[in-house]
Design a protein around this ligand. Structure first.
Ligand SMILES: Nc1ncnc2c1ncn2[C@@H]1O[C@H](COP(=O)(O)OP(=O)(O)O)[C@@H](O)[C@H]1O
Ligand SMILES: [Mg+2]
Length: 236
């Protein structure tokens, strides 16, 4: 059985090639297996979001290879890439990116419309995922009527509603207080426990310590890739 989900080899991303070029990713090689919970940690500007954009097929590398489920991403058509983004990956961002004039359930349902899911199923999936993040009592609230932590929970519900196998979270707790951050981490761990692959990007050592595997990135290079000896699978 091949349980490799992500394999990148010598991945480079250069912004503004030429005099003012920025080497945001500099020969990154990494493998992630299905069902892993991996934290990618690095300081601001180290290349984390650039890496997430590559992994999520939101942007293309300057050079190097990316295999997703064994398929060379550079050979996928635009249609295949949008299939991957819509069906395989749930994205969570630091700024929750909710639509202000839609309530929680409408925000969660929105991407399901683009996937061509019928109204009744959309509604059921949205309710199920809002329950999963503990927001069953806030379903008809608009973003402005919720705390930051609640808004991020809506964004997570939106990311998981279609039950994608992979969750990519870029600094999901970056705008939150520590109590809300804990809640969000607990939800991500629950996703991991139900078999999802979770890639958690952060600049915070305390958050990275919650993951079994920690990949440290610095100046676009992988500095270390370690298994956390204190990680308790049961507790997680
Ligand atoms: N669109 C872009 N154009 C030019 N430079 C960029 C762009 N996006 C990011 N960078 C630069 O690439 C480097 C890595 O950025 P980024 O991946 O956003 O880091 P992080 O998410 O770790 O803060 C930084 O030096 C940043 O200024
Ligand atoms: Mg970033």
């Amino acid at each position: 059985m091949n349980d490799t989900l992500i394999k990148v080899e010598d991945l480079c991303k250069i912004y503004n090639p030429g005099e003012n070029e920025v080497r945001a990713l500099d020969h990154v090689s990494l493998e992630i297996k299905k069902g892993e919970l991996v934290a990618i940690i690095g300081q601001s500007g180290s290349g984390k979001s650039t890496f997430m954009n590559m992994l999520g097929c939101l942007d293309v590398p300057t050079s190097g290879k990316y295999y997703l489920n064994g398929t060379d991403v550079s050979e996928m058509t635009d249609n295949e890439l949008s299939e991957v983004r819509n069906h395989e990956i749930g994205f969570i961002f630091q700024g929750f990116n909710l639509i202000a004039n839609l309530n929680a359930i409408e925000n969660v349902e929105l991407p399901l419309i683009y996937r061509g899911i019928d109204r009744k199923t959309r509604h059921e999936l949205a309710i199920e995922s809002l329950k999963m993040v503990g927001l069953e009592k806030r379903m008809d609230h608009k973003p402005s009527e919720m705390s930051g932590g609640q808004q991020q929970r809506v964004a997570i519900a939106r990311a998981i509603a279609a039950q994608p196998p992979v969750i990519l979270a870029d600094e999901p707790t970056g705008n939150l207080d520590s109590a809300s951050s804990k809640e969000i981490l607990a939800i991500l761990k629950k996703m991991h426990k139900t078999g999802r692959t979770v890639i958690l990007i952060t600049h915070d050592n305390g958050i990275a310590a919650q993951a079994r595997r920690v990949v440290r990135i610095m100046d676009g290079k992988i500095e270390s890739d370690t298994i956390n000896p204190d990680f308790d699978q049961e507790e997680a």
